[in-house]
Design a protein. Structure first.
Lengths: 167, 222, 475, 88, 101, 100, 503
């Protein structure tokens, strides 16, 4: 990474975030600020190199709503698996569905793939470049597809993007 | 029949060896030399706060110097087995895993620096830090962001050797003080940190290199 | 500042690293220059030991048992001189050998630098755990050198070698663990007065484990299986380094530990070690007589010659004859085997073949190299006036002095067997060459280095006094 | 009250062992890859519990490192080990 | 009160871990087992971390514990996806039995 | 029997198991694993025996850290060689004879 | 370094240094090689002359180098040493001349002359060795240096001969080494001494010393070709003629015989050896060898093989003389060391001439050779007659002393052995002379390589050496009583070994 094309704003923001993380890691100790600064700068530099900053506005409210939605569904997902595992008859009816994503490529789609894995009944198994996602479901009778659409809406709102032509 | 007999004989012999060993260990009197006391007594002059780190980088720092050499040697061996002049093309990427790598790697850099710092006060230090750094590189390679290695170029070689070389230069320079690696107590902490910082980078590269060079034979990139 | 003890370890580490930085295949001239300096340092150290006796260097300034000491005495000074003296001509040889930039040279200089640093560090170590690290340094460098060609045969040989080396080290390490548990220290100097014949069982087991591990690394019969493919399959300069020096390192360690620390325990295993030595002589020679590959013949000869080293143990006595014999054999064999592999490398390059059959006619075409091979062979046979002869003389004298007749027969028979396999080669070389056999020119410097090494192994037989006075100094 | 953390840790350890055995014996090679996931979740849990039980804060660092490294192991497994030289 | 909440969270965490293990043992194929691990175990870890964070001595220590969870989640999601994708690529078909064998 | 002794005893057993493995197991990958088991056994004995009286001893702990790095290095080299052999010959074991 | 030390080292160097230089000479540098060879040979001869004068004037020449604590490499020039050294130096000059002619145009001459010079160096070292250790060093060096000469031609037959040669000589060396180290353990490093040095050990060691004697004699007996250790000698005849001439008439077999003398006279001491009952068995072995060698020679059609068996027999004359207790027998043995060398080298030169000039290798092919090659055949005849003990030849002188020695020692059976041998000698030599002189020449020789050039039957360089040594065969007898004859020198030596009681 050369200094010339270093986006200063993003660098400062990320550096600050990493410095905060350092503070957490170092158990709040302040005698390590020297090395901490080195670490934060190095991490920020690496992060800028790996994830060049993209203009994107993430609203606080949307984030909170998304997190709530996600946590709640994680809990549901966990409970569902637990129930299936502990029931005398798990009642599985697995299948692999293929759905086309309405989200634009990049971070939104990737977040979706990761999130569905942690949500009830579904597991991302393959994301193609053209936006088709193969999803493994525990029980084909459950409305997984509908929940996916809900998730899509949350993510679209989070990133402030429009959902493209959903099928 | 014969292999079976051989098996049985080996296992029987091993079992009796293990038994004898355990009994012999139970039978040991208390040792005549007590090094923890000596370590304790010299902690103040060691330049670090954690006794294991003190032993590792000061009292028995010479072992560690050679040990870094061993690690570098292993990489040399791996490179020598099948040196390929041109680096293989990066593996085809996969966006989901790639995204994870892009997020995790900077965090791992931070954690590595943290572990390096933590070495002075708790178990940890250059080796763990280097391992995390190396793991970050491996992750980037696995997800197709970092290409595999052919023959490392000059900059990479410098990075690989830097930690060892710094260690070596410090060892040689301190010979002027009377002995290899005889740190003056006042400078010990700083010198050890310098060595550890160098080692972190180099060990990270070496460990990553071990993996990346290994992956040349996996047939994945072909 | 100029303590040769420290520089003998740091200098090769420096140039090994520098060679790595310079890039694949580079660093030959640097290595040769540094090796010249190392020769000077080793000689300086030997002179110091003769004048001032044994001494130590406290690494880190702490001193044993908290810190690590380096120690030099007569025996280690001798081994250091030998190592540098063999490495320097072999470096000159290797520079010519690898002039064509074969793949094996890419990391040759770096690996060799580490190997030599490891050897020097091993000879100077005075701490059981530090010895473990140096053993690994030597072992991994050696395996890397064996593997460097990258052919399937070499890789398999390297793997076999690596397993032997690793299992050997880890056995040694368990021994160290038990010793630390028993005595709370790994410093040889601190341990020496603590170990006696009434040692607890764990110390006996430790002694046995360390001995077994080191024997595995020394490739003494029946642990020899890994040596012939490794030494026989590597490029000639590598084979020379391995056979001349690397196996000696673990032998040196057995000898030193059994003299300095475990003397009360080692005596019980002495006869068994001698018998293994005898078996090694018989088996190694027999295989050398059977093989059709010239390099394998030389490698099997190493197996046999290592047997002589182990004949020393049952004859160790205060009169020092057997110790002198062992050291003389180690030095003479080191020089001779380096010369022999160097010569064989030349012959193989020249004839383009690796079998004995391919040697027909080389007596006429490469007399100097064949002469070098012959001189080295004379040392292996133990014929005068070589160093091998003095070793054999001392061994026989030690055996006769202690009335242990059987070893005389072993030594004599071993010499005759060596003659049989050495003359297999010479005989073939004197045969008339087939008219159409191809012949490639080989740099003269390679022929001359082989010759110089062989001559050194010969002249050694005339300079035993100096060596023995160095051996006696500080021990 | 470190007893609770220790007993939960031991319980998780038992879970881990049982799951590891199941994963290793699984019918497909993919089952063996679950090992990495197991260490990533259960292993980290055990470590943080032990850190609290034994008052060893450094174990939290180990847990954090493990969480990161286990992911790499899993991805590496998935990419390579499936048809590695173990002969599967 | 905090003590009690913390203990409860630990128990809940242990329960999810247990359920995950049972799922791993009982579920019929690699995909279904992945579900068990990806959901139950991660939830278990979350509860355990939360329980321990409640009794942490400093804020930084508590945050450090809580930091582990997103890390573990991200890692777990990535690995789960990697394994599932690999299984898919290799043509391992999902289990289709109506009932457990 | 102290905690240290339990570690040491377990180490002795592990070492022996690993040794048996190295001797009896053919496939290289598992043999490398067996060697690592041996090494772990030795490390356990080193640390366990030294603190059999309860007190921690930083010296063997440091030695074990050194030993682990050495073991990692050796393992990496062994794996590289095994893979190379597999790539070149398709074999996953060393042949029984000396001439490879 | 004192002058006397330098002189004795110069004797060794006079062949070693030219030899080493010749090794690295290109094949084509004929003139330089010849110059070096002749320079070395002449220089050595001059140096030996200087030493002879010095020793008879009572000068002591010696050089000592400590190899290991308590182990010395000692070279010294005493009377016995010079007897052998003179013989070797003289014959080396002639053989060198002969070899230059013989090998003209053949390949690998640098290698040949290099090893040839090494052989002479080793022989000189054996002659001048001052203790058993030094003796052994040069003794084994001789083995190694001769092997390349034996296999020089590179034919399978040569290889076989070389292998047999090595097996015998290295085996013998091993026995010798064991005996020498054993003695070294008993006495420490002791130099050869007139009258021996082992008697100081006392009677307790009798058994050991008898056994060691067996080891030592077996060791040197291989080179001396004592029956049953003689098997290598006829096989080694595959070597080129100069090699057979110098090495198997002079250097190698003489080294063995000379070793017997050193061991008996200067290690054990002849009186101590007699007291240990060692001499009679030794004489018996010598007697068996003498008769067996002569007997086998009868049946050899290959000329060189016949000469080789003759050597087996004749060399044991020396051993027999040594074993005859009393100074007269000693003189006989010592003087035969020289006389047999002169005569046998003549015979080998001549055999080489027949082979090289006419391609004649077999006795049966010699018909009429006397007309075609009169000078060669004349030299051959003189030497053969000498071997039989005919009057006015060197052989007559040594045989007379040996017979007297047998009588003096009271071992009359030894006299009969010598007579039997003479008869057998006549039986295998006279037919050759008869064929050569009396039978008509064949129309075509097997392979006539050198055409007669006027009156000269072959190359000058091939002809001069046998003529010279033939003349010496007669001179040694005619001038036997002069002060510088081999006989006079042998009497001087015997006088020292028997503390002055000389007839
Ligand atoms: Na070795
Ligand atoms: Na041998």
């Amino acid at each position: 990474m050369t200094i010339r094309n270093l986006p200063l704003g993003a660098f400062l923001v990320r550096g600050l975030a990493f410095a905060l993380l350092w503070w957490v890691l170092a158990d709040g100790r302040t005698d390590a600020w020297g090395l901490g600064a080195v670490g934060a700068v190095a991490a920020a530099a690496a992060s800028l190199r790996l994830l060049p900053p993209v203009r994107r506005r993430i609203g606080i409210a949307a984030l909170v709503r998304f997190l709530a939605f996600f946590l709640w569904n994680s809990l549901r997902g966990g409970l569902q698996v637990a129930v299936m595992a502990l029931r005398r008859r798990p009642g599985l009816r697995p299948a692999i569905l293929e759905i086309s994503l309405a989200l634009p490529p990049g971070a939104p789609r990737l977040l979706l793939v990761n999130a569905i894995t942690l949500m009830p009944g579904s597991l991302g198994a393959r994301l193609s470049d053209d936006g088709r996602l193969r999803v493994h479901v525990l029980d084909a009778r459950l409305p997984v597809a509908a929940e996916l659409r809900a998730l899509e809406v949350h993510i679209a709102r989070l990133f402030g993007v429009a959902r493209g032509g959903a099928s | 029949m014969i292999p079976l007999l051989k098996r049985a004989a080996v296992i029987l012999a091993a079992a009796s060896f293990a038994g004898a060993l355990v009994f012999a260990m139970l039978d040991l009197p208390a040792p005549g030399v007590h090094l923890p006391a000596a370590v304790e007594a010299n902690m103040a002059a060691s330049g670090v706060a954690h006794p294991v780190t003190a032993v590792l980088l000061n009292f028995r720092g010479y072992d560690t110097l050679l040990e870094v050499g061993v690690l570098l040697l292993a990489l040399l061996g791996v490179l020598a087995v099948g040196a390929r002049a041109t680096p293989p093309a990066p593996a085809p990427g996969e966006p989901v895993k790639r995204m994870f790598a892009r997020l995790a790697a900077p965090l791992m850099v931070l954690v590595a620096v943290y572990l390096l710092w933590a070495g002075a006060i708790q178990p940890g230090g250059a080796f763990q830090a280097g391992a995390v750094l190396g793991a970050a590189a491996v992750l980037l390679h696995l997800t197709g962001i970092l290409p595999g290695w052919g023959a490392p170029g000059l900059r990479l070689r410098a990075g690989l050797a830097a930690g060892f070389l710094i260690f070596l230069v410090v060892a040689g320079a301190l010979l002027a003080q009377g002995a290899v690696l005889a740190y003056p107590p006042a400078q010990a902490g700083r010198l050890i940190l310098l060595i550890e910082a160098g080692l972190t980078v180099s060990l990270g590269l070496i460990l990553a290199g071990l993996f990346l060079a290994l992956s040349r034979d996996s047939g994945d990139e072909a | 500042m100029t303590d040769p003890i420290a520089w003998l370890i740091l200098l090769p580490l420096f140039w090994a690293t520098a060679a790595f930085l310079l890039g694949p295949g580079r660093g030959a001239r640097l290595a040769i220059a540094a090796l010249l300096a190392q020769c000077g340092l080793a000689l300086q150290l030997a002179a110091d030991v003769i004048d001032g006796g044994a001494r130590t260097h406290a690494v880190g300034g702490w001193g044993a048992p908290l810190g690590i000491d380096l120690a030099v005495g007569g025996l280690s000074a001798l081994m250091l001189v030998l190592t540098q003296a063999i490495a320097l001509p072999l470096a000159v040889y290797a520079r010519a050998y690898f002039a064509d930039g074969a793949p094996a040279v890419r990391y040759f200089w770096t690996l060799t630098g580490f190997l030599l640093a490891g050897l020097n560090a091993l000879f100077l170590a005075a701490d059981l755990f530090n010895l473990y690290v140096t053993l690994e340094l030597v072992g991994l460098a050696a395996v890397g050198l064996v593997a460097a060609g990258g052919s399937a045969r070499q890789v398999a040989a390297a793997l076999r070698y690596l397993f032997a080396a690793l299992v050997g080290s880890v056995m040694y390490l368990l021994g160290v663990a038990l010793i630390y548990g028993a005595h709370g220290t790994v410093s040889l100097q601190t341990l020496a007065p603590l170990v006696d014949a009434r040692a607890p069982a764990a110390v006996w087991i430790a002694c046995g484990l360390m001995l077994a591990g080191l024997m595995l690394k020394t490739a003494i019969f029946p642990f020899h299986y890994w040596l012939p493919p490794a030494h026989g399959g590597a490029p000639a300069p590598v084979s020379a380094l391995l056979s001349a020096l690397v196996v000696k390192a673990s032998f040196y360690l057995i000898l030193r530990l059994s003299l300095e620390v475990f003397a009360p325990l080692a005596a019980t295993a002495a006869t068994a070690l001698g018998l293994l030595g005898a078996a090694a002589i018989a088996w190694g020679s027999w295989q050398a007589l059977r093989t059709v590959h010239i390099k394998m013949l030389v490698a099997w000869s190493t197996v046999a010659q290592l047997g002589y080293l182990f004949l020393v143990f049952p004859l160790l006595a205060p009169d020092g004859l057997a110790l002198q014999a062992g050291v003389m054999q180690a030095i003479a064999h080191g020089l001779a085997k380096a010369a022999m592999f160097a010569a064989v490398g030349v012959l193989m390059l020249a004839t383009g073949r690796d079998t004995l059959e391919g040697l027909a006619g080389v007596a006429g075409r490469m007399p100097l190299t064949l002469f070098a091979f012959g001189l080295a062979g004379v040392t292996l046979m133990g014929l005068p006036p070589s160093g091998g002869f003095l070793a054999k003389w001392l061994l026989i004298e030690a055996a006769l002095t202690h009335g242990q007749w059987g070893w005389v027969a072993v030594v004599i028979a071993g010499g005759l067997l060596a003659a049989a396999y050495v003359f297999r080669v010479l005989r073939q070389a004197f045969l008339l060459a087939p008219a159409d056999s191809p012949f490639h020119p080989v740099p003269r410097s390679m022929e001359w280095t082989a010759f110089v090494l062989a001559t050194a192994s010969m002249l050694l037989g005339l300079q035993g006094v100096e060596l023995m006075s160095l051996l006696a100094a500080g021990s | 009250m470190t007893g609770l953390e220790l007993s939960v840790a031991l319980f998780l350890l038992a879970n881990l062992v049982a799951a590891l055995i199941a994963a290793e014996r699984g019918p497909t090679a993919a089952d063996r890859m679950l090992t990495a996931l197991l260490f990533g979740s259960t292993g980290v849990g055990v470590l943080v519990l032990l850190a609290a039980a034994m008052r060893l804060p450094s174990l939290v660092d180990v847990a954090l490192t493990l969480a990161l490294l286990a992911a790499i192991a899993g991805i590496a497994f998935a990419r390579r080990a499936w048809r590695g030289i173990s002969g599967d | 009160m905090i003590e009690f909440a913390s203990a409860a969270l630990l128990f809940i965490g242990a329960f999810f871990y247990f359920a995950g293990t049972v799922g791993l043992l009982r579920f019929p194929d690699i995909y279904t087992r992945l579900h068990a691990l990806a959901k139950a175990d991660n939830l278990g870890l979350g509860f355990v971390l939360a329980g321990l964070a409640l009794r942490a001595e400093t804020l930084a220590a508590a945050l450090k514990l809580l930091l582990i969870w997103p890390l573990a989640l991200a890692a777990s999601a990535a690995v789960t996806y990697a394994i599932a994708q690999r299984a898919e690529t290799l043509g391992i078909a999902p289990w289709r039995g109506e009932e457990e064998p | 029997m102290s905690g240290g002794m339990i570690f040491a005893g377990a180490g002795a057993v592990l070492f022996t198991m690993g040794l048996v493995g190295v001797v009896l197991i053919g496939p290289l990958l598992r043999r490398i694993l067996a060697f690592n088991v041996m090494g772990s056994g030795a490390f356990l004995v080193l640390v366990g025996l030294a603190q059999r009286d309860g007190g921690a001893d930083p010296v063997p702990q440091a030695m074990v850290l050194t030993g682990i790095v050495v073991a990692v290095a050796s393992t990496a080299l062994a794996l590289a060689l095994a893979r190379r052999l597999h790539r070149l010959t398709g074999r996953t074991t060393l042949s029984a004879t000396d001439d490879d | 370094m004192a002058l006397n030390e330098a002189l004795i080292l110069a004797i060794l160097a006079s062949s070693l240094v030219p030899g080493l230089i010749i090794f690295v000479l290109a094949e084509s540098r004929i003139r330089l090689r010849t110059t070096l060879n002749l320079f070395g040979a002449v220089a050595k001869l001059i140096l030996v002359g200087v030493l002879l004068a010095g020793v008879s004037a009572g000068e002591i020449y010696g050089f000592r180098h400590t190899v290991l604590p308590g182990l010395d490499l000692v070279v010294k020039a005493d009377a016995l040493a010079l007897l052998f050294a003179t013989l070797s130096a003289v014959l080396w000059l002639f053989t060198t001349l002969y070899a230059i002619g013989y090998l003209e145009g053949s390949p690998h001459r640098s290698r040949f002359f290099g090893f040839f010079s090494l052989c002479v160096t080793a022989t000189m070292g054996i002659a001048m060795a001052g203790n058993l250790f030094t003796f052994f060093v040069f003794y084994e060096l001789l083995t190694l240096a001769t092997y390349p000469l034996v296999v020089h031609r590179g034919t399978p037959q040569a290889m076989r001969g070389g292998t047999v040669y090595l097996a015998y000589t290295l085996g013998g060396g091993a026995l010798l080494l064991t005996g020498i180290v054993w003695l070294h353990g008993l006495t420490g490093s002791v130099d050869f001494a007139h009258g021996g040095y082992l008697s100081a050990l006392g009677p307790d060691y009798g058994g050991q010393l008898q056994f060691v004697f067996l080891l030592l004699i077996a060791g040197v007996g291989v080179k001396a070709a004592l029956v049953p250790l003689h098997g290598w000698l006829p096989q080694a005849m595959v070597a080129p003629a100069p090699v057979s001439a110098l090495l198997h008439a002079v250097a190698v077999v003489k080294a063995g015989a000379f070793g017997v003398e050193r061991i008996v006279y200067e290690v054990y001491g002849v009186e101590f050896a007699q007291s240990l009952d060692l001499l009679t068995p030794l004489a018996a072995v010598a007697a068996v060898t003498i008769v067996w060698g002569s007997f086998r020679a009868l049946f050899q059609n290959d000329l060189k093989k016949r000469l080789a068996y003759s050597t087996v027999s004749q060399v044991s004359y020396i051993v027999l003389g040594t074993a005859l207790f009393g100074p007269v027998g000693t003189v006989g043995g010592l003087v035969h060391l020289v006389h047999q060398g002169i005569m046998k080298i003549t015979l080998f030169f001549c055999a080489g001439n027949y082979a090289e000039t006419l391609g004649v290798h077999k006795v049966s092919e010699l018909d009429g050779a006397g007309r075609r090659m009169p000078l060669t055949t004349l030299a051959f005849s003189i030497a053969a007659l000498g071997m039989m003990g005919a009057p006015l030849t060197a052989g007559a002188v040594s045989k007379a002393w040996l017979l007297d020695g047998a009588a003096e020692a009271g071992m009359h059976w030894a006299g009969w052995v010598l007579w039997t041998s003479s008869v057998l000698n006549a039986a295998y030599f006279l037919p050759i002379l008869w064929r050569a002189w009396a039978r008509p020449a064949p129309a075509v020789w097997p392979e006539e390589r050198v055409p007669a050039r006027g009156r000269i039957e072959t190359l000058w360089l091939l002809l001069l050496p046998p003529l010279a040594t033939a003349i010496m065969t007669i001179a040694a007898a005619v001038f036997a009583d002069s002060a510088w004859s081999p006989l006079a020198w042998a009497r001087l030596i015997a006088a020292r070994e028997y503390s002055g009681a000389m007839p």
